[in-house]
Design a protein around this ligand. Sequence first.
Ligand code: ADP
Ligand code: MG
Length: 890
Amino acid sequence: MPATATTRAPQISSPAPTPAATPMMAQYWTLKEKAGDCLLFYRMGDFFELFFDDAKAAASTLDIALTSRGEYDGAPVAMCGVPVHAAESYLARLIRAGHRVAIAEQIETPAEAKARGGSKALVARAIVRFVTAGTLTEESLLEGRSANRLAALAEIGSEGDVAIAAADISTGRFEVVAVRRDAVDAELARLAPSELLVSEGAGDVPDWSVRQVVRRPASDFASGPGQKRLEAMFAVQTLDGFGNFTRGEMAAMGAIAAYLDHVATGQPIFLQPPVRHQSGDRMAIDAATRESLELVRTMTGARDGSLLGTIDRTVTAAGARLLADDLASPLTDKGAILDRLDLVDALARDALWRGELRAGLRALPDAGRALGRLVAGRGGPRDLAQLRDALGGARLLRERLARRADLPPLLARLLPGLDGHGALVDELSRALIETPPVDAAQGGYVAEGYDAALDALRETARDGRKAIAVLEAGYRDRTGIVSLKIRHNGVLGYHVEVPAKHADALMLPESGFTHRQTLAGVVRFNSSDLHEAASRVTQAGVHALAAEAAHLETLTEQATQRREAIAASCDVLARIDVAAALADHAMSHNWCRPDIADEPCLDVAGGRHPVVEAALARSGERFVPNDVSLSPDDRLWLVTGPNMGGKSTFLRQNALIVVLAQAGGFVPAASVKLGLVDRLFSRVGASDNLARGRSTFMVEMVETAAILAQATPQSFVILDEVGRGTSTYDGLALAWSVVEAVHEVNKCRCLFATHYHELTRLAETLDALSLHHVRAREWQGDLVLLHELADGPADRSYGLAVARLAGVPAGVVKRAEAVLAKLEAGREATGGLAAGLDDLPLFAATLAAAPAAAKDALREALAAIDPDALAPRDALEALYTLKRLMTDAP
Ligand code: ADP
Ligand code: MG
């Protein structure tokens, strides 16, 4: 599903129960009420049945037959069903289509129901679980290589204590961040949750970075009860040990805890203690920027073709998930970036070591998610074996790494995190066979030699089976029926089977056989010897199964007790995988280590766009590297040149270089020096960006407004043909003033691509702006696009040459040439589109005249406040004063 698409659970409305309901219908309605707007899977024998509108919705999504069963309120009851054994795949499709599902199981057997309430008693049912997009743990329902997050957005009071908490319960990862209201969008875009919880009373949420929005009761978002819930969940007296949380953060985390409680209906849930992020910890990248740069997904939602899809060489699923996180949230802390770079660097230099590490990692199973299933009570023998193999592998890896003398500091710090699972690994190794089954039901997963009593039971069963084989031979001898067989099935257990034509002899009372069943071609019998031998086998089998189940429980308990340490080890493995993958990709593509500088610069020599380069390479073409050099006194580059000349590519490659560098990776260039970027913005002119289907020029302007409001001198902005979505005059005027504002007010590093040649005149007034163009040449009447950046403005626009290149008929191009000649003559005479701009007052003068005067009272009052010297009461008073000043302003 595209990341940008929002699916909403269709509204399910069903008639209310009436007093005339049958007992089953009454039970159904009670459960349906609990299920709320989730589809209710109502267990009946081997099927989950759906009724009423649920049935209609499911039948159309799943493309299965809609039938009916009985009547209700005078109308037939719509019904459809899915077999229990195949339920997972149907669930997957319903979830993907945006539904949530409540599973009502039979919680007693029909026999128990009869014993309880007589022959007519209805089997008791209860909702045992809700299956929702954000709370999946099943391997088959999850994508291994991406995180699956449930997020909650909470706001306390009306002013700005906003926080977002996010949990990936498939791995237990839990994080929380306090955000400004205007950064909610960006944060949600980073997290890309599968499901977002918001309070019933809250306003609209930006929904295009979220797949499903679920409204929950406001009481779930109260910070006080939220705190209590979290303390209970983590079994601590106070949360202080995890961080000093704001009420908003508490509310968001509490809402997650409440929802998990609700969907798991009392089952344990795997959450690690929350990690608290500061919103300045990472580069701010808003949703529009992520979309246009295609960091982890393309505009159509695919992973392939995104930056992530192009450079991902991780060999573990956890590594792939971490790389996606890294690219989605580049760092802003120089030390942390250098740590990662040192590790990548060391791995880049030593191909042998890197290869060894990667081979070791590749063999490891996804222990993080196995652990998630075990903790949630849905794990099996296979999951334990995955822990055994992953943690055992981690131990070997650690031993090998510890022998190296020159470990990069980050790795040296991480290594101890792989330790301490020795006892668990040894226990699991002794307890389990090499490749145990996913499902415990059939047994056979506990290894020989682990439990003498279990071995004895198995021996008994084996002996019994041998005895049965001996019996079979004996019966053949005795009866002379060569085709006599002893068989086993679920109904009769062990029995003797002979072809019908030989049955008469065994029917005789003195034969020692008792007749059990006659089928078309065969007749089946029992005998007392067989019965005896069979019950020995069965009994031993039942006891053995029970013994295995008990071991499974104990081992699961041992593993889940160490869940935090195990999860931490998984994180370490993932980090090593990511670093090795980045190093590997860097080496094979000739990438370099970026230098992190202290001043706000961006110097790139020989920069390339990894995705475009890969696409060109597939068709055997070469990518032309380009340089850029932004510094405080030359921080805005205006790039002109013909269509298809490479402007957009040039802009984006530099944004991607910034992202990669601050994610701690190497970069596609010959050399890079970068001053850290606090916020990254990318905007694409409306007509280039039709995918999103809103009024495109409006979107362009909304997004541009956000840049002008938020970009700082530490930010990096790329603006691609902004102003293109409207008429020529409007567009030019807006582009003109946006460039001026970016230059004069935001003072950020900026690359601005434009087809408005007139903008080049801004170079005369704006000191830190310089002109550049992508080169093209006409050769024998053909246009050659060189994709090469050069200084100065483009000499002409080559529009007609591009048209010819695109196959516009020669006659049309010829006609256009004539029209152009006329227009150009007119321009000579009148000064053209930008005529009259010469005596435009300076941008600064316009700003000064803007209605800033009234706000000055507010500024003055604000400046006069010394927060440290204020008593709480005075602070409140001051706030009221400030608010008044603001509303007084015109
Ligand atoms: P513009 O924005 O100027 O219209 P684009 O950046 O969209 O141009 O580039 C158009 C096409 O040119 C790209 O799809 C790519 O195939 C090719 N191209 C762009 N930059 C380069 C480059 N540096 N080297 C080689 N080919 C390039
Ligand atoms: Mg372009």
